[in-house]
Design a protein around this ligand. Structure first.
Ligand code: NAD
Length: 276
């Protein structure tokens, strides 16, 4: 991938899943990597994996829903490597399936604070460094749920639609300043996201609870399929779940000079779901 070697990449949510794969890919391409996560053990493990492969990485603990913590993360990046060329704003959480009337205000706020406000807060700090440098590329992690509605996941879907709109708007603001801003919209991917689910399953009507149980059963099936990679997912045209490395490839491309004329887009990396 052109233009990544010797540069500095910051990845949030890099202690696991898509963020870890992205951090490893940046390192493989010769970039220095700041591995940022609220999960200290996961983050340190990612750094070890990068170092074992001969790469250069540091861990920074961050809570993307906390502005001061995000500012410290970006400061630490510049203190360590002197610059910030690429940022993958990826940290996120998922809710359980529950109809809208069953969502508590606390969980709505939590989803939006981490998945949407967190991306804005990260970009706010990152863009100031990139503007001083006169260059940079940002990739935000949205979701298939940021492109189409998903019944039972309205807070998650709203937060991810927000990421898509934020990405377009910031891209327009910085287009003339050699800072590109794009997003990926992953389809179902083999990660641990379901283990960190927050939600309100108990708060729905009876019909809502039945739907929740059905959806949770579907998700359990998905994760089983993910674990054993037996595919047969009817709603993914490619008939399989993605590996996190397939997301990392799109992130690396969007940061590379091969994508030098691409800004403001959200690329579905979803086995054809968005075309269906
Ligand atoms: P994951 O749970 O494996 O990774 C998410 C990481 O984010 C974890 O390491 C977690 O500790 C970290 N994190 C959570 N809250 C944080 C916070 N407040 N501050 C800092 N770090 C925090 O899940 P993943 O699937 O790799 O998720 C990565 C992104 O991909 C998320 O934004 C998710 O919404 C998105 N996504 C995932 C899928 C999928 O099927 N796995 C599909 C579409 C979109």
């Amino acid at each position: 991938m052109k233009g990544l070697a010797g540069k500095t990449a910051l990845v949030t949510g890099a202690g696991s899943g898509i963020g870890r794969a992205s951090a490893l890919r940046f390192a493989e391409e010769g970039a220095n990597v700041v591995v940022a996560d609220i999960d200290v053990d996961g983050g340190r493990e990612t750094v070890e994996l990068i170092e074992d492969a001969g790469g250069d990485a540091v861990f920074v603990e961050v809570d993307v829903s906390d502005t001061a913590s995000v500012e410290r993360m970006v400061e630490a990046t510049v203190e360590t490597y002197g610059r910030l060329d690429f940022a993958h704003n990826n940290a996120g959480i998922l809710t359980d399936f529950v109809e809208t009337t069953g969502i508590s205000e606390a969980n709505w706020d939590r989803i939006v604070d981490i998945n949407l406000k967190g991306v804005w807060t990260c970009m706010k700090a990152e863009l100031q460094v990139m503007e001083r440098q006169g260059s940079g590329a940002i990739v935000n992690t949205a979701s298939e749920a940021g492109l189409v509605g998903m019944g039972g996941l309205s807070s998650y879907s709203a937060s991810k639609h927000g990421v898509v709109g934020l990405t377009k708007s910031v891209a327009l603001e910085y287009a003339e300043r050699d800072i590109r801003v794009n997003a990926i919209a992953p389809g179902p991917t083999k990660t641990n996201i379901q283990s960190g689910i927050v939600g309100d399953s108990g708060g729905s009507s009876i019909l809502g609870r039945i739907r929740t149980v059905v959806q949770m059963a579907k998700m359990a099936l998905w994760s089983l399929r993910a674990e054993f990679d037996t595919s047969a997912m009817q709603d993914v045209p490619m008939d399989r779940i993605a590996d996190p490395e397939e997301m990392a490839g799109a992130v690396a491309f969007l940061c590379s000079t091969d994508a030098s004329y691409i800004t403001g887009v959200t690329i579905p990396v979803d086995g054809g779901q968005a075309a269906d």
